[in-house]
Design a protein around this ligand. Structure first.
Ligand SMILES: Nc1ncnc2c1ncn2[C@@H]1O[C@H](COP(=O)(O)OP(=O)(O)OP(=O)(O)O)[C@@H](O)[C@H]1O
Length: 605
């Protein structure tokens, strides 16, 4: 269904919504409802309490028998009415996206039922089960503190709800205290937990296949405080993201505060994500029952496609909820543990999942990152810990021997250079520039003479080493220096037919060089606050190979390319070492693996 496109300012929409009060609402064959009171609002619309006034319309007979509907003191049915204006941001192409999710999902444990949907006046209206306060409201009512037993019950039920949702192929995408609601007060469901707001839900599985891995570092969806690190970094959403957000939700309810609250400004997402990466589960869950630490530690380490062990996670919280009167209804969660224990072998298999490498140690470390490609035997040399004054000696010797600089890096204000016979260059020059990252005038001058930038490095004191060569296939070049990874600019240049051909960092600044006519078919980026091992492996499996790497004190970025002409042997390996890997390089040479790139920076969080 497509609706006329109109734009209306938010104040006007609010004014119109205020008139909803007392107006009769009847949509999609529903009975008539009287919107009586605003229950809540979100970024997309407003939710009102609706009381049935008219006699049953087409489907009302069915609805009246629906056990999920509640009634007021006089026996009149009560529902929640979710209004979204035609011009609101989620409705530019027709009815809210959330409608289609509810429709495809059907019924799912712990998700309120939608009874009718339709449009009236300038609004899309969804008629759904009436629920009660959110966990955010409860937390506020209880002086911003909930007991361990309460939060453990939330954990167990929330896991059952997410398990059911995931089983249907959906990920919620915005798990947070505001989206968990209890049943209506005074009703039989007042201690039951529900999950609302499917506006950001996406499929993690389609026709029995897991969605494909990708990372678009500027593509953030969700709520900054509770978002998973992968969501911050723009990775395709999968089940692990809901579970990481659940861990943050539980810790917020328990401790009243998360360590990344309080950041403001344009770069808020970056700082919050950085802090999440720096905070180990041990520190995050200090003074809490071990179950919270174990759950958090497990879910932040889940792989993109990994099947979460929901029942094992639920069982982690069981010892905390053995109180005489449970604050929440957790029968379904408890039943799932009993069921699993009966089928013991499956439960044990889940419990014995081998521990992988931990991604957040809380003790960041910098390392050398070296990338190797298989190549027919050739001369290759490296020099490291080189002072600017000693550079010329090494470079000149290399040039005399027919070698050209293929990559450069910097560590502790000293340079590392790799020279080899594997380049296509015919002439080369270089410049060390002080006090600003790249020497603009010099680069422009050399571009005029037919040189292109082929390698670049920046040091901690913001000097740079720029290498320009002739004999490349490039026909045009452009570069950008920026304080954050310039993905927006890279995307723009990709659209213009440029590809990243060199990259460097100086302090926390990035310099990205992009060229036209490169032999590259397509490119992608892996950016993370540590070495993105899983992402690189996924890209390798998809036929991409690392072509550039650079690293700041905080982040590492890898550009991976797919080439028009595939090479005979596409073997590529990476190595991370705290010292410059002199012995390893020699071992690699013995196996015909040659340095493709080097970088020094953050690899461990
Ligand atoms: N079925 C319901 N019964 C009672 N109250 C509800 C119901 N659904 C939502 N609410 C209230 O309305 C608020 C907003 O609802 P919802 O999150 O669905 O809206 P949204 O505009 O999609 O929000 P967001 O900006 O978080 O995406 C909820 O936080 C809750 O307080």
């Amino acid at each position: 269904m497509r609706m006329p496109q109109r734009t209306m300012d938010p104040i006007h929409i609010l004014l119109q919504l205020s008139r909803v009060h007392g107006a009769q609402v009847q949509v999609g064959g529903s009975p008539a409802y009287l919107p009586e009171k605003k229950l809540g609002k979100g970024g997309f619309g407003q939710v009102w309490l609706g009381t049935k006034i008219g006699g049953p319309a087409t489907k009302a007979g069915k609805a009246a028998k629906d056990a999920s509907l509640v009634t007021d003191g006089t026996g009149a049915q009560q529902v929640a009415l979710k209004f979204e204006h035609y011009t609101s941001k989620g409705c530019t192409n027709g009815p809210p996206y959330e409608w289609s999710v509810y429709q495809q999902l059907g019924e799912s444990y712990g998700i309120p039922k939608v009874h009718y949907r339709g449009s009236q006046d300038d609004f899309y209206v969804m008629v759904m089960d009436l629920l009660g306060p959110s966990l955010w409201d409860v937390w506020n009512q209880k002086n911003q503190h909930l007991s361990e037993a309460y939060v453990a019950c939330v954990a167990m039920e929330a896991l059952s709800i997410l398990q059911a949702l995931h089983l249907k192929g959906y990920v919620h995408g915005d798990v947070k205290p505001e989206n968990f609601l209890l049943g209506p007060p005074g009703s039989s469901k007042e201690k039951k937990l529900f999950l609302v707001d499917l506006g950001l839900a996406v499929k993690w599985k389609d026709r029995n296949l897991h969605v494909r891995y990708d990372q678009k570092p500027d593509d953030f969806r969700g709520t900054v405080r509770y978002a998973s690190v992968h969501a911050h970094l723009g990775r395709v959403t999968s089940r692990r993201d809901d579970l990481e957000s659940l861990a943050y939700t539980l810790l917020f309810l328990l401790k009243g505060r998360l360590p990344w609250q309080g950041y403001q400004g344009q770069n808020k997402g970056y700082w919050v994500c950085r802090k999440k990466m720096q905070t180990s589960a041990e520190v995050l869950c200090r003074m809490c029952h071990n179950a919270f630490r174990d759950f958090t530690d497990t879910v932040v380490n889940l792989k993109f496609e990994e099947d979460p062990a929901y029942t094992r996670y639920i069982a982690m919280f069981e010892p905390i909820v053995n109180t005489p009167e449970r604050p929440l209804q957790i029968d379904t969660a408890l039943r799932s543990i009993v069921g699993q224990k009966r089928g013991r072998s499956e439960f044990d298999a889940e419990a014995e999942a081998p521990p992988g490498k931990k991604v957040r140690s809380g003790m960041g470390a910098k390392q050398w990152i070296t990338v190797y490609n298989r190549h027919a035997p050739m001369k290759q040399r490296y020099h490291y810990n080189v002072n600017t004054s000693r550079l010329l000696v090494h470079v000149q010797k290399g040039w005399e021997d027919g070698l050209y600089i293929s990559s450069v890096a910097s560590c502790a204000n000293l340079w590392a250079i790799v020279m080899d016979a594997g380049t296509e260059f015919t002439q080369q020059i270089y410049k060390v520039h002080y006090n600003s990252f790249l020497p603009k005038e010099w680069i422009m001058e050399k571009w005029e003479e037919g040189y292109y930038i082929t390698a670049v490095a920046g040091s901690d004191n913001t000097s740079s080493l720029v290498v320009m060569s002739k004999g490349t296939r490039f026909t045009q070049q452009s570069y950008k220096v920026s304080d954050s990874f310039p993905f927006e600019w890279i995307k723009k240049k990709w659209r213009e037919g440029f590809f990243v051909t060199a990259m460097a960092t100086a302090n926390c600044q990035w310099a990205v060089i992009m060229s036209r006519t490169t032999g590259v078919l397509s490119q992608c980026v892996e950016l993370d606050f540590h070495y993105p091992s899983e992402g690189i492996h996924k890209r390798w499996d998809a036929g991409f190979r690392i072509s550039c790497a650079a690293s700041t004190h905080d982040q590492s970025a890898f550009i991976l390319s797919q080439y028009k002409r595939s090479f005979q042997d596409e073997t590529q390996e990476t190595l991370r070492t705290s010292q410059f890997p002199t012995t390893h390089i020699k071992e690699k040479w013995d196996n015909d693996l040659y340095l493709l790139g080097i970088a020094y920076g953050k690899t461990v969080s």
